[in-house]
Design a protein around this ligand. Sequence first.
Ligand code: NDP
Length: 251
Amino acid sequence: MSLSNKVVIVTGASSGIGAAIAQVLAREGATLALVGRNVANLEATKNNLKGTQAEIVVADVTKDAEAIVQQTLAKFGRIDVLVNNAGILGKGGLIDLDISEFDSVLNTNLRGVILLTKAVLPHLLKTKGAVVNVSSCAGIRPFAGALSYGVSKAALDQFTKIVALEMAPQGVRVNSVNPGFVVTNIHKSIGIVDEEYNGVLQRAIQSHPMGRVGDVTEVAEAVAFLASSKASFTTGALFPIDGGKHNLTPR
Ligand code: NDP
């Protein structure tokens, strides 16, 4: 197993891609700190894991970075990998922009990642560990009408590359996965109602060169690879998991 004896913090482990990441990392032998705000959902993720140690950490990534680190260390004594997966969508382009929503998206998707990575870093330096950020295809190429989200993920990608350069001499690797559309709760969380959702999904299917959307496990497998020593010479990389969509020219 590629992550035996490794302690991994997974943010947003209570839902969607983060829950799948927890499953795949557990299969690879990791010990897990499962971070999120929804206790019932975190417990559901934990109950689905087999044969691994997991600690539920009820925390908000925008303000609880130090508490996340302290609870993980108190339980497991070390940190080897940080998976910054927690994230939220925003809606609309510049004309429609709700600046308080913009602040909220940047606060979660960028500032929260920076705060937690900064808090975890001293412990990753001890273990020669790794960071995997869950970004988006929207970080690599622009999508009209997704301003807050695209800006947050593009900035996150630059954060990945900068910290990778800063930490490379110390042996800490920093990479990201950049998924295309994956069916989770995230799209309905911005108010897409059931009647609209099928249209959104059909357009997403058509917009990916492979003619389908992604599955949470396809993202999780890439996270597990980047977290493990199988990716020991990889840092500062953005890994698209998007059926080829990042290479399409924006219309
Ligand atoms: P979900 O809405 O299913 O899950 C989002 C997760 O983030 C939840 O577990 C939620 O936990 C957590 N979260 C959000 N805000 C906070 C916060 N302030 N503190 C702690 N946890 C928080 O979405 P996905 O699984 O789809 O998204 C996961 C990541 O994947 C995100 O970064 C997203 O941008 C990215 N992504 C998703 C794509 C998709 O199509 N689904 C495509 C590309 C990227 P809780 O509610 O318990 O706080």
